[in-house]
Design a protein around this ligand. Structure first.
Ligand code: PLP
Length: 432
């Protein structure tokens, strides 16, 4: 038995499933998860000393790669001054100002500890601001594990969603409407039926929780216009896309195609913490001022705006503003996608790819899917073979076919070429 296997057996005795977040358990792909011992740059090392090129990047935060010296120095300096104060600090203002500068749809921002907290709080704010209860979300989009968001589509528009987790009462999800992603007609129908009761529409602009599915421009435009007309808020969840697909997030890309486009509220996480627990939500002043202590919508946190986390996030945000950062990241990601696509096609496998900045998706499908049910047409066994083949060759992808991939500034062309060479071998095995 190797060290990973020993640790997994041991972990399962004290931690449910051996992991502190379910997808880490490799349940979807089978096998034993690698227990990570250390990370540097684009690489992870497991308990057996195996090195991997890391395409998870802690599920998004590590846009600079692991152990960036300037980030570590900022964290270490902040640590010397104190781990947590539970009182306001200047660095929180600096981080808030930096975020607002980069995302013009936000006048004000509240810092929290996780993306879950940020979207849960944004929804509470939307409900408090509008005085309405219903929320619209889309199948395949994940906004964290708050009760009202753990919902799958019901059988029709008139029936509301069903909880996807035990422990979530039906009463809690009865106001959550789940619609198909990229389905404009369904969204129009929903607003026609109960638009005046809708507090908000929440969506991932590029859904990274069904691998990589872009909201089409007409769909985004419809979400914006329909919610505005009905007096509902549009919440764009940029926990995954924020500062990763572009410096201004995915919303900056839609704003190039939809004149005047801006969401009402934005949810951020991952990159803004640079690897430490930090997330945020924000929007225009008149909405944000509904939050306590100014307004009636309660929201709080013992560790919110933590001084070490804000030092990590602030340094990360400053470093990614270097000229050409996202262009270079995008080119590297595209060269990975091009190489994988070419290798898979040459092997005779159905394969489609997409990417934006440092976020990518590939599908063992001939055409890019546009919604969750299309993503799920992927043959799971084929994906698992690819996943394990790459893992054995030192390439670490997300262990589920419905997860996006992440490239960092630390990935070199050599890493990309190594990955494509490894994939070429695995594709040959898959068709054999
Ligand atoms: N929103 C999106 C788009 C996410 O991808 C995630 C996590 O993956 C979340 C929200 C939840 O964030 P967290 O895991 O920090 O609670």
């Amino acid at each position: 038995m190797n060290h990973n296997e020993t640790l997994f057996l041991r972990a399962q005795k004290s931690i449910p499933g051996g992991v502190n977040s379910p997808v880490r358990a490799f349940k979807a792909v089978g096998g034993t998860p690698a227990f990570i011992h250390k990370a540097q740059g684009a690489y992870l090392w497991d308990a057996d000393g195996q090195r991997y090129v890391d395409y998870i990047g802690s599920w998004g935060p590590m846009i600079l790669g692991h152990g960036h010296p300037e980030v570590l120095a900022a964290v270490s300096q902040a640590m010397q001054q104190g781990l947590s104060f539970g009182a306001p600090t200047e660095r929180e203002i600096e981080l808030a100002e930096e975020i607002i500068k980069l995302v013009p749809s936000m006048d004000m921002v509240r810092l929290v500890n996780s993306g879950t907290e940020a979207s849960m709080s944004a929804i509470r704010l939307a409900r408090g601001f509008t005085g309405r209860n219903k929320i619209i979300k889309f199948e395949g989009c994940y906004h964290g594990h708050a009760d009202s968001l753990l919902v799958k589509a019901g059988s029709g528009l008139a029936t509301f969603g069903h909880a996807t987790s035990a422990g979530v009462p039906q009463e809690v999800v009865q106001d959550t409407v789940v619609l198909e992603f990229n389905n404009v007609a369904q969204l129009q129908e929903a607003f026609a039926q109960f638009g005046t009761e809708v507090a908000c529409v929440i969506m991932e602009p590029i859904a990274g929780n069904m691998n990589f599915v872009r909201a089409s421009v007409p769909f985004m435009q419809a979400a914006r216009e329909l919610s505005q007309r009905a007096g509902a808020l549009l919440i764009i969840d940029e926990v995954m896309t924020g500062f990763r697909v572009a410096l201004g997030g995915a919303q900056s890309l839609y704003a190039q195609q939809i004149p005047g486009f801006a969401p009402d509220l934005t949810v951020l996480g991952k990159v803004i913490g640079g690897g430490m627990p930090l997330a945020a939500f924000g929007g225009p002043k008149h909405i944000m001022e509904q939050l306590a202590p100014l307004g009636p919508v309660y929201q709080a946190g013992t560790l919110s705006g933590n001084p070490v986390a804000t030092a990590c996030g602030l340094t990360t945000l400053r470093l990614i503003q270097e000229p050409g950062f996202h262009a270079a990241l995008g080119q590297r990601t595209q060269s990975l996608m091009r190489g994988l696509h070419q290798a898979a096609t040459q092997a005779g496998l159905p394969f489609s790819v997409d990417s934006e900045g440092g976020l990518f998706g590939f599908f063992l499908l001939p055409e890019l899917p546009s919604n969750y049910s299309q993503v799920m047409q992927t043959k799971g066994a084929l994906f698992n073979q690819l996943f394990h083949g790459l893992l054995q060759r030192g390439v670490y992808l997300a262990p589920a076919l419905y997860e996006a991939g992440f490239v960092s500034a630390a990935h070199t062309q050599e890493d990309i070429e190594h990955t494509i060479a490894a994939a070429t071998e695995v594709f040959a095995e898959m068709v054999a």
